[in-house]
Design a protein around this ligand. Structure first.
Ligand code: DQA
Length: 148
């Protein structure tokens, strides 16, 4: 059985209390349960992580690339949070590790401030999902099942 790694970047630990008008009232623990259900439906094992540290996310992407090459990982659903709009290091990590990444945003970043319209992740992502709220995580897992 292959694994899906769901990676969450900075401030996503605050889901549920952070700007609920944008991100909703669902907590990250609820999102983990939703992902576990979606993974079970598609025959995946879930590995669910969050970090506020760019370097830690880089290390996890490298680890994911090795697991994908070994055939134990289907891919990564990655909400890089604000690092989406700033991080050349995450762009390079995805490219360097040759890991299959589905970029995910809870909100529709293109309907928000101009600084959220550019993503360093999109050019190295296999697919992009934005604006479905937290249900996007389940949809991204279903998408991975369709292409992995
Ligand atoms: C986000 C959108 C980003 O612009 C923001 O910095 C986040 C969350 C989203 O899920 O909608 O932290 O990635």
């Amino acid at each position: 059985m292959s694994t899906v790694l769901v990676l969450n970047g900075p401030n996503l630990n605050l889901l549920g209390t952070r700007e609920p008008e944008v991100y909703g009232a669902t907590t990250l623990a609820d999102v983990e349960k939703l992902c576990a259900q979606a993974c079970a439906q598609h025959g995946f094992t879930l590995d669910f992580r969050q970090s506020n540290h760019e370097g830690e996310l880089v290390g996890w992407l490298h680890e994911a690339g090795r697991a994908q090459a070994a055939g134990t990982l289907a891919g990564v659903v990655f909400n890089a949070g604000a690092y989406t709009h700033t991080s050349v290091a995450l762009h390079d990590a995805i490219k360097g590790a040759a890991v299959r990444v589905i970029e995910l945003h809870i909100s529709n970043v293109h309907a928000r401030e101009a600084f959220r319209h550019h993503s360093y992740i999109s050019p190295v992502a296999r697919a992009v999902m934005a604006g479905f709220g937290v249900q996007g995580y389940a949809l991204a897992i279903a998408g991975l099942a369709a292409i992995a």
